[in-house]
Ligand binder design. Structure first.
Ligand SMILES: Nc1ncnc2c1ncn2[C@@H]1O[C@H](COP(=O)(O)OP(=O)(O)OP(=O)(O)O)[C@@H](O)[C@H]1O
Ligand SMILES: O=C(O)C1=C[C@@H](O)[C@@H](O)[C@H](O)C1
Ligand SMILES: [Mg+2]
Length: 166
């Protein structure tokens, strides 16, 4: 499992990591979108964050049951106690992709796809990370710094941290 704040590279690195390990890739954000028939951003705008979190909790639970490859877990899914317990109980490695504000700001930019960062993305991102860092650290079995590294380099770091063979 890959976790981390918006722009950490869960989707990008996860896709490459799965290719590199020749396993499947799944992203709970994509699963929520498939179930809801609309985008993450639209769910936030139309129904609000609590409704999104409900869908996300279920999507993570289903993915943990069904999927046996690389799983990108929505950046805020770890806010949910039940989800944290499910990640722990899965017994699978949970890799926290770490990123600082400078690289994160460059990566996430100012687009409307990340509803929690609307307004002042830099400030929002910093607030979000400060509030979440303890739970990210709580669920992580491994931590990989991504700043200044290309997605391919991050994949190599993850593989090394996990000690898996390709
Ligand atoms: N190590 C990296 N170096 C440079 N750019 C990166 C890196 N990782 C990801 N990116 C870029 O940053 C942007 C965000 O990456 P990505 O969507 O994978 O993040 P995410 O963690 O899945 O975010 P979200 O929580 O919003 O789903 C993308 O444009 C991606 O190409
Ligand atoms: O960190 C978050 O709270 C989010 C991260 C993304 O993966 C999406 O789940 C959504 O944009 C919210
Ligand atoms: Mg993503």
């Amino acid at each position: 499992m890959l976790t981390g704040p918006p722009g950490a590279g869960k989707t990008t690195v996860g896709t490459l990591l799965a290719e590199s390990l020749a396993v499947g890739f799944r992203d709970t954000d994509a699963d929520v979108e498939a179930v809801a028939g609309t985008t993450v951003a639209e769910i936030f705008f139309d129904k609000g964050e609590p409704a999104f979190r409900e869908l996300e909790r279920e999507a993570v639970a289903v993915a943990l049951r069904e999927h046996d490859g690389v799983l990108a877990v929505g950046g805020g899914a770890v806010l949910d106690e039940q989800t944290r317990a499910a990640l722990r109980e899965s017994g699978s490695p949970v890799v926290l992709l770490e990123v600082g504000i400078s690289d994160a700001a460059t990566r996430v930019g100012f687009n409307r796809d990340r509803p929690l960062l609307l307004g002042n993305p830099r400030q929002q991102w910093q607030k979000l990370l400060a509030a979440r860092l303890p739970v990210y650290v709580e669920v992580a079995t491994h931590r990989v710094v991504t700043d200044g590294r290309t997605p391919a380099e991050v994949v190599d770091e993850v593989v090394q941290a996990l000690g898996v063979t390709r």
